[in-house]
Design a protein around this ligand. Structure first.
Ligand code: SF4
Length: 257
């Protein structure tokens, strides 16, 4: 049977206008609308193995995924294993990752992280949050990205700057600290959907609910969002189709409305 999207009742609309939102109900409404708009969310960093995603994620701090995807093929060609990267010279690794920014710190972090994998885990990426955050250069967000996207382990939800902003705008949380935001999100999204739900929030924030100019008019979440800044354009299905095109094209295409 076809699933119907939830419609806000007058009382719920009034509460939402006043910024009073039940986060659990809100999470269900958000999922109902974002799931068809971003049906198969995928991380935008290229990788072949959990170790490659770990290294790419460390490098992606303060950079773009497109930039990292330009650098990692050369990096992994020259040093194809944790053991090889751990043994590489700092100067040579710096040269390869230079364009990603903060290259001295990043070169050191990926070498030390690779060394720790070899020394503590036989060159394999560990499968628990506790072990992951013990690795040099790895905090919860990176650990969640790798565990969820490369190993299929739902340890938590990766809260990047986009997911954090979107979660606050949608009143899924009032927190500002990423760890507290993650705890709020994990409490309201089903555990078996933590990775995809986090990816949807990230992609929605990256391409539609942007920091400076959120595209509220075309947003499928418009009617349920207490932070909306424009009236919705077209039907909900029109905006779901719009977001599907925008996210799939990584923001390069925006259909005419
Ligand atoms: S309506 Fe605007 S503020 Fe709310 S989620 Fe959509 S783009 Fe973001």
């Amino acid at each position: 049977m076809k699933k119907r999207l939830s419609k806000a009742r007058p009382a719920a609309r009034s509460a939402r206008r006043k910024g009073i939102v039940d986060p659990a109900k809100q999470a269900r409404l958000v999922s109902d609308r974002l799931a068809p708009a971003i049906p198969s969310p995928r991380i935008e960093l290229d990788f072949q193995t959990p170790w490659q995603l770990l290294i790419a994620t460390i490098l992606s701090a303060q950079s773009t995924d497109d930039r990292i995807n330009m650098v990692t093929p050369m990096l992994f060609r020259r040093w194809p294993t944790p053991r090889a990267l751990a043994a590489a010279s700092q100067a040579e690794v710096e040269e390869v990752v230079k364009s990603t920014g903060f290259f001295r710190n990043k070169a050191k972090a990926i070498r030390e992280c690779s060394r720790a994998l070899v020394e503590r885990h036989g060159g394999e990426v560990p499968r628990t949050m506790e072990e992951m955050v013990e690795l040099p250069g790895v905090a919860r967000k990176t650990a969640n990205v790798v565990l969820g996207n490369a190993l299929g382990i739902q340890a938590g939800m990766a809260v990047d700057t986009h997911a954090l902003r979107v979660s606050r705008r949608l009143a899924l949380t009032r927190q500002e600290d990423p760890a507290k935001v993650e705890a709020d999100l994990c409490a309201v999204f089903p555990k078996n959907e933590w990775t995809v739900s986090a990816l949807r929030l990230q992609l929605h924030g990256r391409y539609v609910c942007t920091a400076r100019k959120p595209d509220c008019a075309h947003c499928p979440l418009n009617e349920i969002c207490p932070s909306r800044e424009a009236v919705p354009v077209g039907t909900l299905q029109d905006r779901i189709r719009y977001e599907r095109v925008v996210v799939k094209s990584r923001g390069r295409e925006r259909p005419e409305s």
